[in-house]
Design a protein around this ligand. Structure first.
Ligand code: CP
Ligand code: NVA
Length: 409
């Protein structure tokens, strides 16, 4: 079956035709959105969505995701080849390919720390296209590429002809003649897909309204550094805007790697989620032994290995700030949130930038108008469970892995 195409994010051909998917929305009390088959595995009756919130260990949760043909014991991922490939969404990668990038990121980080200099991108030229602002992603691409010997050109929204005097297709074809790879950050996922289609060179997604796949690599790398469990035994809870790029990216990443992921947010935002994407995520989770839940029940914090933060109104949605603050205040991450996990070793992570105090222009301005836009308290953000700056550093190592894997020697 060819799944229906999303308006802004082309669907893949990977959805299994026989998957039975079930969307369950309750009007009163905690709502839940989950895969019927998973619920049945947990022993829940069809019309009683009570058992899924505190499920027993999921079936398959004790075993790793299925191995691909190059991933068997003793013949590991070295045979994987991502050369010439784009990195547009984790949906395009197999679990083995994601594993490969995580391992490569870890190895490149160790190489850098050991002072080993063997530039893998010597003579390469890459261009960074940013239609939205950035600190981490831009700097990660620039530093990673430069450390590996590549030359970087940066173009912001106002400094090229793309989309204004020149079509995306023509600009992509031109950039493909000059550069070995293109990074894009902007709005529609379709733009990054079209750049890949027309340029003929690898294109890397540096964030769209729909996805932020390089962030997930850094997040998983950081999780593996700080938590002794394998990814497919970890539970991640994302309290906040469940319909944003970070939640979507995490859902797909967790499904690929057989993890337990909970999007914890108000029903009003959950109802705005892209249901075609949700279906595909559920299909991936089923295939890889993962579990994906979307709920407003705080009970789902129990057993979390990591609580993930993001701002409540993403870039381009600033006019929604007061409404989001009203909807999402109950989901602000506090000491109580962390305690509710029942896990003394629970980690706090955040893609950054974060509103955790009133030291930013925006947080101050809204505070003066009586609106608290902090998605996390300062105590948690600066507290002992927080690994947000290790995570930020890992953006660079993991993006380096993507560059080396796709255009390296
Ligand atoms: N996390 C992240 O993408 O940060 P920037 O917006 O600073 O790139
Ligand atoms: N959801 C946020 C992520 C920033 C890295 C945004 O798009 O602004």
């Amino acid at each position: 079956m060819k799944p229906e195409a999303l308006p802004a994010r082309p669907s893949s051909n990977r959805t299994h035709p026989l998957l039975l998917l079930f969307l369950f929305w309750t009007v009163h009390g905690p709502f839940s959105l989950f895969l019927l088959e998973e619920k049945e595995k947990m022993g829940g009756a069809k019309n009683q969505p009570s058992s899924w919130l505190n499920p027993p260990a999921r079936k398959g949760g004790q075993s790793p995701p299925p191995m691909g043909k190059f991933e068997k014991e003793g013949n590991p991922i070295m045979a994987l080849n991502l050369k010439g490939r784009s990195f547009l969404t984790l949906e395009d990668l197999t679990p083995g390919e994601i594993r490969y990038l995580l391992d490569l990121g870890r190895d490149l980080k160790a190489k850098r720390r050991a002072g080993i200099c063997e530039p893998a991108l010597k003579g390469k030229h890459i261009v960074l296209l940013f239609e939205k602002t950035s600190t981490r992603t831009r700097c990660s691409f620039e530093v990673a590429a430069t450390q590996e010997g590549a030359h970087v050109t940066y173009l912001d929204a106002g400094s090229s002809q793309m989309g204004k005097k020149e079509s995306l297709e023509d600009s992509a074809k031109v950039l493909g003649r000059f550069f070995d790879g293109i990074e894009y950050r902007g709005y529609a996922q379709q733009v990054v897909e079209d750049l890949a289609k027309w340029s003929g060179v690898p294109v890397w997604n540096g964030l769209t309204d729909w996805d932020h796949p390089t962030q997930i690599l850094a997040d998983m790398m950081t999780l593996e550094e700080h938590c002794a469990k394998p990814l497919n035994k970890m539970k991640v809870v994302f309290p906040g805007d469940v319909r944003n790029n970070m939640c979507y990216a995490w859902m797909m990443g967790a499904a690929k790697m057989g993890m337990h992921f909970v999007g914890l947010g108000p029903q009003e935002l959950a109802q705005q989620m892209d249901q075609e994407l949700v279906k595909r995520v559920f299909a991936e989770a089923r295939q890889n032994g993962g579990l994906i839940e979307i709920t407003d029940d705080m009970g789902s914090l129990k057993g979390a290995d990591m609580i993930y933060g993001d701002i409540w109104a993403s870039m381009g949605e600033e006019d929604l700030i007061p409404k989001r603050a009203e909807l999402l205040s109950p989901f602000r991450v506090t000491e109580e949130t962390m305690k509710a996990t029942g896990n003394p070793d629970v980690l706090y992570m955040h893609c950054l930038p974060s509103f955790h105090d009133f030291e930013t222009k925006l947080a101050k301005e809204w505070k003066d108008k009586g609106v608290d836009i902090r998605e996390v308290t300062d105590e948690v953000f600066r507290g002992p469970h927080s690994v947000v700056f290790d995570e930020a550093e890992n953006r660079m190592h993991s993006i380096k892995a993507v560059l080396v894997a796709t255009i390296g020697k």
